[in-house]
Design a protein around this ligand. Sequence first.
Ligand code: ZN
Length: 85
Amino acid sequence: MKTGFKKISISKYIELYLKSNPGTKRKKITEGLKKALKAYKKGIKCRCGNPIWVIGSAVAGNACFTCITGEAHPDNDYEIAEACE
Ligand SMILES: [Zn+2]
């Protein structure tokens, strides 16, 4: 169970992402998110053993929040709702 994240749906997150990263192709972020969510559901873990952070893994490769950001805990960061269970 992941805590500290703000839950968001994939489609809503894609809109937010494209707004703040206008150079990114919709297809690229959509496929990245789907791939990361699939990996999460398969039980793939970060190299440190934590569950992967789907939103970060979509662009950075499968890893957890801490390994991607260097922060210990999320602070109002988003995570796909399906990956928050
Ligand atoms: Zn990690």
